[in-house]
Design a protein around this ligand. Structure first.
Ligand code: PLP
Length: 397
């Protein structure tokens, strides 16, 4: 039987494959500490769970509008207006099962086959996958260690062609933990306005900033009408399994994105949306405590990593990832790249990390090796896991 050609262009999130391998090894009785998973290890706050069970008891178990229930869209509009300093109407909000569909839907709605889309690299692998899947051309914008994993504005300028249709940005960033500064955002905004481009701003980690203030490109004058802002509940409220996210975009586009949702998901689970209202409007203490703990873990993992021979890393400013340079460690161990180091650490060290190759194709001229560790795991695991990494790496050097 035939499989459509476009499926050949669809990538994946290799993190899920590593997770499957970790689970297989654990099932065989091996003791693995995982830094691979990109989700909070905290439970969803009780008030949010209670709101969901209340909604189920009250009968909110049927279809709802494809763009989301009005009270949640109102609540999101208020939240974004307040946090980004721009006026947002409920008609400009589309609620989706997780934030991920906003990526697919906005590229489907705004980008034609053959168009070019600039995206951060290393980056969330779904950007590259979805751009390719749509028959568009992914144009990587390298994030540079020497610039604290920000891009070089000259690189951005050189990447623009008459075919460029969209720029994807992500701050705080997965996998580097870097954040874009106001100057970076203004450089992107100037180009986007001048060249009439869409900007897809992935702000899923917006609440997890440990140094400086979070800035959104949507706040820059002239940007609201061309920005698709992606955010959601998965990370901020430890709700990855609930599948609840949203996009903010001009109303004419929101209509099309909602229509794609009508064609694919019909709607986001209705009782989950009621839980979303409680998440935004209810007490924030649990979320804030979780984020404060991530910051303490960041300091711990940063210090322990830099204490390992052959590893050096930039201190992340946000999200819950750290992206150390492991070039020398690979060389000392006689390993050809970070993928081999990932396998070495998993099988010899009992520690799961993700190799650079999990975060998009290598950029032209990129020579260094990196791995990503998620510190969404306990301090005990960080201490034990980093001890294992140190022993595994230094024993051979
Ligand atoms: N964007 C980035 C940068 C992410 O890291 C993730 C999840 O890992 C998402 C979007 C998707 O979030 P959700 O689980 O809400 O679909």
């Amino acid at each position: 039987m035939q499989i459509a050609r476009r499926i050949g262009r669809l990538g994946t999130e290799t993190a899920f494959e590593v997770l499957a391998e970790v689970n297989r090894l654990k099932a065989q009785g091996q003791d693995i500490i995982s830094f691979a998973i990109g989700e909070p290890d905290f439970d969803t706050p009780q008030n949010i769970k209670d709101a969901a069970t209340r909604a189920i008891r009250d009968g909110y178990t049927h279809y709802s509008p494809s763009a989301g229930i009005l009270p949640l869209r109102e609540s999101i509009a208020r939240y974004i207006s307040k946090t980004r300093g721009v006026e947002v109407e409920p008609e400009e909000v589309v609620v989706t099962p997780g934030a991920k569909p906003i990526l697919l839907d906005s590229i489907l709605s705004c980008v034609n086959e053959g168009d070019e889309v600039i995206y951060p690299n290393p980056g969330f692998p779904i950007y590259e996958s979805v751009i390719n899947f749509m028959g568009a051309k992914p144009v990587p914008l390298p994030l540079l260690e020497e610039r604290n994993f920000r891009f070089d504005p000259e690189n951005l300028r050189m990447s623009i062609t008459p075919e460029t249709r969209m720029i994807i940005i992500n701050s705080p960033q997965n996998p580097t933990g870097g954040i874009l500064t106001q100057d970076d955002l203004e450089a992107i905004a100037r180009i986007a306005i001048q060249k009439d481009l869409w900007v897809l701003s992935d702000e899923i980690y917006s609440r997890m900033v440990y140094e400086g203030d979070f800035r959104s490109i949507v706040s820059i004058p002239g940007m609201k009408e061309r920005t698709i802002l992606l955010d959601g509940f998965s990370k901020t409220y430890a709700m990855t399994g609930w599948r609840l996210g949203f996009g903010i975009m001009r109303e004419e586009l929101a209509v099309h994105v909602a229509r794609i949702e009508t064609n694919s998901n019909s709607c986001t689970a209705t009782f989950t949306q009621y839980a979303g209202i409680e998440a935004l409007e209810g007490p924030q203490e649990d979320s804030l405590a979780m984020i404060a703990e991530f910051e303490r873990r960041r300091d711990l993992i940063y210090q322990r990593l830099n204490d390992i021979e052959g590893i050096k890393c930039v201190k992340p400013k946000g999200a819950f990832y750290i992206y150390p340079n492991v070039t020398e460690a690979c060389r000392n161990l006689g390993l050809s790249d970070s993928r081999e180091l990932q396998q070495y650490l998993l099988h010899k060290g009992g520690v799961a990390v993700l190799a650079r190759s999990c975060f998009g194709q290598r950029c032209k001229g990129e020579k260094e090796e990196y791995v990503r560790l998620s510190y969404a795991t306990s301090r005990e695991n960080i201490v034990e896991g980093l001890g294992r990494i140190k022993r595994a790496i230094e024993s051979r050097s």
